[in-house]
Design a protein around this ligand. Structure first.
Ligand code: ADP
Ligand code: MG
Length: 768
């Protein structure tokens, strides 16, 4: 059993603006416990009526300043926890802090760079590395990912990808058994046998988390996400199984209401916005007070789920994330105060071992048999009845696998039954006579009788080459699997679903939306990096093949007899190539993980972009339907779009359609500005241009069926496909009008001259 208080760490996020001097200082004297001092600037401190303190000091296990990177955080905080999980203890790491302080960044990672990956992916990598190194046990990993919002649990690992809101995900409920153990009904556990599978699950969950979020529910700030790694281990032959759970928790934002009280009580404890965090705090207070018998775990789902992590069988670590800017000082101080209380909680982690009854029975049966055999031997009671066919066959199999076993320590276990012992010897003799033992070893026949020394060594050499060949074969397989992955560049599910037919107008609007979206830079950057990594992987693959063929050649050449020196040289060459091969192979493996991670990051960014576009498109469709032309040109904003200027203008593009034609000014910045052309001048009596005539002759029935009138009066159906067709039609029509407008205004309006029509290049209706 390990008794331990909850470990608390602090991480300071780099400020958005330049470093604000003098707000905090970190004291990390080697001998003392590190402390963080938050210093109130004069103007803030003066505001306190009752509290004249000007600085606050908090102790932490360690404090990570702004420049601490993700690797440092993992090495110092998560690795030790992952280590004890591998040993069979439960572990929890939770991030606590106000919204924007870096909880998600710390737990999951940033969405842009590979180096920004957070604790979860790094822990998965680490655990799989360790599992590979440890051949003494058999491990099984399962993963679950739970989101708790508003006291409801949702399974983020729902693979259907149909969720457009949290409510579409399977609901998870809590069940308590008579022993008061918590069970989560409907939360799926997915087995992960490789790091890749585990990472895919993480990204599936994160994608669901993102899709399910709407501006209304603000899930990311108000919900808790718990990523759990369930690890079981067993030694071969042992009946004892160890189960350990590692919870990696991204809590809801810890911000509170009543930031500044009317009386200026800036730093008084205000109420949490999030009720379940309030219950978490109550649990923590109860746990940190001695002699409290009742701990109110049951008040909220989150405290029920994390019950063992808080005051139970778990090694728990808290990361207080701090955004130490002037306006956040009160929240930062609250976070630190919370951490100080958490640090008082003592947990008792025990090894979670249990005996697997089936294995136990098997073991006992074996033991009984052995004892019986021994007894028979000691009492001299010999069995005389003949062994059955099946028993004989079984014994022969045992002999074969004994002979094939490379382990010099391996034993042939047949018990103390002399009938069996005799049969084994008999079978061995037969094999020896048939020369099956040394397989196709005919070396001894070919070597002259003078070279007796070599005679003894040849089987060994042969054995060595055989081993090498096997390793090569195995590596070959691994490489071909790796290169398959490289080749594939998987067409992920959402790309497939995004490939569903988009109408032309929608497609164009999406292209523009995409171009002006802040994330497109990230996507492009990542594409570049991906390209680089791919070519690096390709080059490595080629070098590996080269090294492999060299190993292969040297291996084959070594069989004929060589003078000692030459053989020695060849051997060292072989060793060198093997070393090179190994290094390159390791690098290729790391590259593969990075490439997959980058692909998943890009996939996620694309889903996000698509999602934001859908929201915007739907809104535009509604506006088009509802707004009158007069209102249109005046009042329209898009709060959720990110690049303010261009996207505001884009939104105008759609909302103003009802007033008629549009023009786009090329600004030479790679961006288009859209401005309203005096539509009333252009709309009436469209004068047919050759182009427009051609268009109308190939027009669809839909186009014909819609009367030419101001678009605001065109009703939309609510069905996205149909509506997009209608909008596409409108767009095409505008395109024609645009061309006419250009045509008519060439001589007259200088305003229109030189303007480029947004839709002009794409204004074909055909096929829609
Ligand atoms: P929270 O989850 O606490 O609301 P986030 O993790 O989403 O906060 O962080 C808010 C923003 O700050 C994100 O854009 C994130 O990438 C960035 N960020 C947070 N912590 C760091 C850090 N240590 N280094 C660089 N950027 C960070
Ligand atoms: Mg977050």
């Amino acid at each position: 059993m390990v008794k331990q208080t909850i470990q608390i760490f602090a991480r300071v996020k780099p400020p958005v603006r330049k470093h604000q001097q003098g707000i905090y200082s970190i004291d990390e004297d080697e001998k003392l416990i590190p402390s963080l001092e938050i210093i109130l600037p004069r103007d803030l401190a003066d505001g306190f009526v009752n509290n004249k303190r000007e600085s606050y000091k908090f102790k932490f296990q360690r404090i990570f300043d702004q420049d601490a990177n993700q690797e440092t955080i993992f090495e110092n905080i998560a690795k030790p926890v992952a280590g004890s999980v591998l040993e069979g203890y439960n572990g929890t790491i939770f991030a606590y802090g106000q919204t924007g302080s870096g909880k998600t960044f710390t737990i999951t990672g940033g969405a842009e760079r590979y180096s920004d990956r957070g604790i979860i992916p790094r822990t998965l990598t680490y655990i799989f590395e360790q599992l590979q190194k440890d051949s003494s046990k058999m491990y099984t990993m399962h993963i679950s990912y739970l989101e708790i919002y508003n006291e409801c649990g949702y399974d983020l690992l729902d693979p259907r990808h149909e969720a457009s809101s949290l409510e579409d995900l399977p609901k998870v409920t809590i069940l308590e058994d008579p022993d008061q153990n918590i069970h989560l009904k409907n939360l799926t556990l997915h087995q992960a046998t490789t790091e890749e599978e585990a990472l895919n699950l993480l990204f599936l969950g994160d994608t669901n988390r993102m899709i399910a979020e709407t501006p209304m529910n603000q899930a990311s700030t108000r919900s808790h996400c718990i990523f759990t790694i369930h690890l079981s281990s067993k030694e071969p032959g042992s009946a004892t199984v160890r189960h350990a759970k590692l919870h990696l928790v991204d809590l809801a934002g810890s911000e509170r209401v009543a930031k500044t009280g009317v009386g200026g009580h800036l730093l008084t404890e205000a109420k949490y916005i999030n009720l379940s965090l309030h219950y978490l705090e109550q649990v923590i207070i109860a746990l940190s007070e001695k002699h409290r018998s009742h701990i109110p775990y049951r008040n909220s789902m989150m405290t029920s789920v994390l019950r063992d992590s808080l005051g139970g069988n778990c090694m728990t670590t808290m990361i207080a994330t701090l955004s130490l800017e002037k306006r956040n000082l009160d929240e930062s101080i609250s976070t630190c105060r919370f951490a100080q209380r958490v640090a008082l909680i003592k947990n008792e982690a025990v090894l979670n071992e249990e005996i697997d009854p089936r294995l136990m029975i098997k073991r006992l049966q074996k033991e009984i048999q052995e004892l019986k055999d021994e007894l028979a031997m000691v009492t001299g009671e010999q069995r005389t009845e003949a062994l059955t066919e099946a028993e004989l066959l079984q014994l022969e199999k045992l002999v074969t696998s004994f002979l094939e076993d490379q382990d010099p320590e391996s034993r042939l276990e047949v018990g103390a039954d002399m009938r069996k012992v005799h049969h084994c010897f008999h079978h061995l003799k037969k094999l020896l006579n048939d020369k099956k033992i040394f397989g196709n070893n005919t070396v001894s026949n070919t070597v002259s009788s003078e070279s007796k020394d070599q005679d003894c060594q040849e089987p060994l050499k042969e054995e060595e080459y055989r081993k090498l060949r096997d390793i090569l074969k195995q590596r070959d397989n691994e490489i071909s699997i790796l290169s398959e992955v490289m080749k594939k560049l998987p067409l992920s599910w959402f790309e497939r679903c995004k490939q569903e037919e988009m109408s032309l107008g929608r497609q164009e609007a999406f292209e523009i939306f995409k171009r002006d979206h802040a994330d497109s830079v990230t996507i492009d950057d990542n594409k570049q990096i991906l390209k680089q990594r791919f070519s690096e992987a390709k080059a490595l693959g080629e070098s590996i093949n080269e090294a492999r063929s060299k190993i292969g050649i040297s291996g084959n050449m070594a069989v004929p007899l060589m003078p000692d020196q030459q053989e020695e040289k060849l051997r060292s060459q072989l060793e060198e190539e093997k070393r090179r091969y190994k290094t390159m192979f390791t690098r290729l493996k790391a590259l593969k993980v990075e490439i997959e991670h980058l692909q998943l990051l890009m996939d996620k960014a694309k889903v996000k972009l698509q999602k934001e576009f859908e929201v915007w498109w739907a809104e535009e469709a509604t506006n088009l339907q509802v707004n009158s032309p007069a209102v249109n040109s005046l009042d329209h904003t898009k709060p959720f779009l990110q690049t303010s200027d261009s996207q505001h203008e884009q939104s105008q593009l759609f909302s103003n359609k009802s007033s008629g034609g549009w023009e786009v000014q090329g600004q030479g910045t790679g961006r288009f500005d859209v401005c309203d052309v005096n539509a009333r001048k252009i709309l009436p009596s469209p004068c047919p241009s050759p182009h427009s005539q051609k268009q109308s002759s190939t027009s669809t029935p839909l186009e014909d069926s819609i009367p030419k009138r101001p678009m605001s009066s065109i009703p939309l159906t609510g069905d996205s496909q149909t509506d997009s067709d209608i909008l596409a039609f409108i767009k095409a029509r505008q395109s024609i009008l645009q061309k006419q407008c250009k045509f008519t205004s060439l001589g007259g309006s200088s305003r229109a001259t030189g303007h480029q029509c947004l839709w002009g290049a794409h204004g074909e209706v055909g096929g829609e």
